[in-house]
Ligand binder design. Structure first.
Ligand SMILES: [Cu+2]
Length: 499
């Protein structure tokens, strides 16, 4: 047997009690021959199931969650395991995560610790419990297990009525599949200055769809559905990174970032974790029951691997790739766009004929990206914005299968500043990316003649809940740029594939 490099006395007990920061250690041990049985444990790690009715295993998971929520709500707010304290963790610290590449990793670390607290608080029988996730893409109706009245610990009376299912055009399988096929980490998950499309689209939309506490950052984690929503978000990262084999960035500014002084462990003590540890969590600490999102993937790619294959697989996943968002050409198309209420806004854009030609004849390995920069986050999450290219009459009734439709984005309002010192992050400016490539291709195929001196972008704010239609909405976008970006597909391998 090979010696273990760092954990010479790695024992079964230590393995079971390991915290997030020890995760890299487990990998090492499981790969070098120590900890016989570690791979078995990893293969049998707790399962996060997708919420549905008529499945006894899900019913059992829900009962455990109810017990955990009740126990946590009964704890004094000063106890880090209490429901209120967990809310505060999100309220105080997620500001640094939203709108940036820390969105996925911060929430993964937060859920990881929350899940452990739930197991401990729910008591006997919960040791192997996994957080269920609400797959709002395949199950767009609000989960019935969270409805009812105050007798149900999972009920929250602040929510919208949600009389109609979550909007297919944003959260449905077609759009989600497009997002999960985005080739690079920057457009999928964000950069140090911009939101990824999963966050700005489906994630933000669901916050506004459920609304009530879920509608703003300081209160969102009061609603028990919050954790099932974010578990779906985490599942999407897992599907994108592991099942669809896309690489995370290897930028040290991301990978080496630590989350210190934020989270509590299952014993309600402070615990730190790192971005690097979060990358491996779904390989080592929990597994997802797969609920395909427009894909035929049905099992973990590493399910049948032996120890050394598993080690190699982990190394590759952890390593990531040198992702960057590059532009071959980029022009400013607007300064200061101001949207108000439900008024469709038409922004004329003027391109050089040569640039329009480039855009319209976008090569198969290029993308046309619109960046909406330095936006003031609106004070409400109850709107989403649809973007159209060259459709002067676009309005709230225009269907999203119109060929001019380009994409949608939504908001997760920062709400009131939680406490002093968090203002700068809570009021952080947002940058979103809208991918116009498919729209341009469709218009060209449809024979649409575009005049470079007479192009427009339409922005249509749409209330998420039509029954609450008259809420005020205001969004300022400081600048918009149109660029042509070469597609680089970053796979979980050492090399960058450039088409
Ligand atoms: Cu969220």
């Amino acid at each position: 047997m090979e010696p273990y490099p760092t954990f010479p006395t790695w024992s079964r007990r230590k393995f079971i009690g390991v915290t997030a920061s020890g995760i890299a250690g487990i990998v090492l041990a499981s790969l070098t021959g120590g900890c016989e049985g570690c791979l078995e444990k990893i293969k049998n790690r707790p399962i996060r199931r997708f919420l549905r009715t008529g499945e006894p295993l899900v019913d059992a998971d829900i009962n455990i969650y109810k017990a955990a929520v009740s126990a946590m709500k009964a704890l004094p707010a000063s106890n880090p395991c209490s429901w209120e304290y967990q809310r505060l963790i999100h309220a105080n610290y997620c500001g640094s995560a939203h709108g940036s590449w820390h969105f996925f990793s911060w929430h993964r670390a937060y859920l990881f610790n929350f899940e452990q607290i739930c197991r401990a608080q729910a008591g006997a029988g919960a040791e192997n419990w996994g957080l269920p996730y609400w797959n709002w893409s395949n199950y767009p109706n609000f989960p019935t297990q969270f409805m009812g009245n105050a007798a149900n610990p999972l009920y929250d009376n602040s929510r919208n009525t949600m009389a109609v299912p979550a909007f297919d055009g944003i959260v449905g399988p077609t759009n989600l599949n497009n997002i999960l096929n985005l080739p690079d980490f920057t457009t999928f998950a964000g950069s140090n200055f911009s939101s990824g499309q999963l966050e700005s689209g489906p994630h933000n939309y669901i916050h506004g769809y459920v609304c009530g506490n879920m509608c703003s950052v300081p209160t969102a984690a009061l609603d028990p559905i919050f954790y099932m929503h974010h578990c779906m978000v985490d599942y999407c990262w897992y599907e994108w990174n592991i099942l669809r084999n896309h690489a995370n960035t290897n930028d040290p500014a991301w990978q080496n970032h630590n989350y210190t002084g934020m989270f509590a462990d299952k014993n309600c003590n402070p615990v730190d974790t790192s971005v690097l540890a979060t990358i491996l969590m779904p390989l080592l600490s929990y597994q997802y029951e797969i609920s395909p999102v427009s894909s035929s993937i049905s099992t973990e790619p590493f399910a049948g691997m032996n120890k050394s294959d598993f080690k190699k697989f982990q190394d590759i996943v952890q390593k990531g790739a040198s992702v960057s968002l590059d532009f071959k050409q980029r022009v400013e198309v607007a300064q200061r766009i101001q949207l108000n209420d439900q008024k469709a806004f038409s922004q004329p854009i003027r391109l050089e004929a040569a640039m329009l030609d480039q855009v319209m004849n976008v090569a198969s390995d290029d993308r046309v990206l619109l960046t909406l920069e330095e936006m003031d986050a609106p004070t409400t999450s109850e709107y989403f914005v649809r973007v159209f290219l060259n459709l002067p009459n676009a309005n709230t009734e225009t269907p999203m299968d119109d060929p001019h439709y380009a994409g949608s984005f939504a908001f997760f309002a920062a709400g009131e500043a939680v406490h002093e010192g968090h203002d700068p992050q809570d009021k952080k400016k947002l940058t979103y990316i809208v991918d116009l490539t498919e729209t341009v291709r469709r218009l060209k195929q449809g024979g649409e003649q575009l005049n470079p001196a007479d192009l427009q972008l339409q922005f249509v704010p749409v209330p998420i809940d039509p029954q609450k239609g008259n809420q005020p909405f205001s969004l300022g976008i400081s600048r918009a740029r149109l660029g042509i970006s070469p597609i680089k597909i970053f796979r979980n391998t050492e090399t960058v594939i450039e088409k």
